[in-house]
Design a protein around this ligand. Structure first.
Ligand code: APR
Length: 231
């Protein structure tokens, strides 16, 4: 039976594809404070601004290409069962060829009813406008988990983390819970590889490996090492 790799990824893995991380040096996300564009309060206050913000994120994601980090994770499926748990809302893991991707914080290319949260739709175009309605007549919003909202896929992600044989953490500052807490569910003795140019806070444990480099070099390196153990 193939061993299981679970990779928790964050904005850093898409940084070298040209998509901005959240906690850059200016503390702003593409010129906005997170509270102004990624909270239910922002949506209530100024839905037009929120829709336009995500319309722009969608255009940027559409123009971006998967990089060597995404591709190396996808290639691991040759030798391993691989589950990606991503905090990213872009589709670069899927476009790199990963077949099992859990989007903890939702997906840019889906819309959902602002009233019935189970009404989720693939995007008909790359934009959501004010006046675009769900089948029950309510405004559509991005299918994104905003700050302060529940994370419905967390339970599934915990189950994956708890059954991993290898756990990777790529390009996340581990500042946002519950996602950041996934590492705590990894079984004792399971090797954990942290690939990030700056070290996120992870409690020291045996079998913790820091690869202090960008994803495009760090992930292929770790992938090559794991492939060696598989053969
Ligand atoms: N390769 C790998 N990691 C990188 C690279 C790179 N080329 N460039 C930057 N990083 C790292 C940074 O060092 C940092 O640790 O990526 C991480 C990005 O952290 P954040 O911007 O905080 O992004 P993330 O952890 O994904 O944020 C989590 O917060 O805003 C919310 O919901 C949003 O999903 C997001 C969540």
């Amino acid at each position: 039976m193939k061993k299981k790799i679970v990779a928790l990824t964050g904005a850093g893995i898409s940084a070298e594809s040209g998509l901005a991380t959240f906690r850059g040096s200016d503390g702003l996300w593409e010129g906005h404070r997170i509270e102004d564009v990624a909270t239910p309060e922002a949506w209530a206050r100024n839905p037009e601004l929120v829709l336009e913000f995500y319309n722009q994120r969608r255009a940027a994601a559409r123009a971006a290409q998967p990089n060597a980090g995404h591709l190396a994770l996808a290639a691991l499926e040759q030798d391993f069962e691989v589950v990606i748990v991503t905090q990213n809302v872009d589709d670069l893991h899927e476009r790199a060829g990963s077949s099992r991707v859990i989007h903890l914080h939702g997906q840019l290319f889906e819309s959902r009813s602002s009233y019935f949260e189970q009404l989720v739709y693939p995007m008909a175009s790359d934009r959501i406008e004010l006046g675009d309605l769900c089948e029950k007549g309510h405004q559509l919003r991005p299918n994104i988990v905003w700050f302060g909202e529940a994370v419905p896929l967390m339970e599934r992600a915990v189950q994956e983390a708890a059954t991993a044989d290898f756990f990777l953490v790529v390009g996340t500052s581990l500042q946002v819970y519950p996602a950041a807490g996934l590492v705590d569910f990894v079984r004792p003795g399971t090797p954990i590889y942290i690939i990030d140019p700056s070290r996120p806070p992870v409690a020291s444990r045996p079998d913790l490996h820091f690869i202090t480099e960008p994803g495009t070099t760090g992930v292929p390196k770790v992938a090559a090492e794991l492939m060696r153990t598989a053969s």
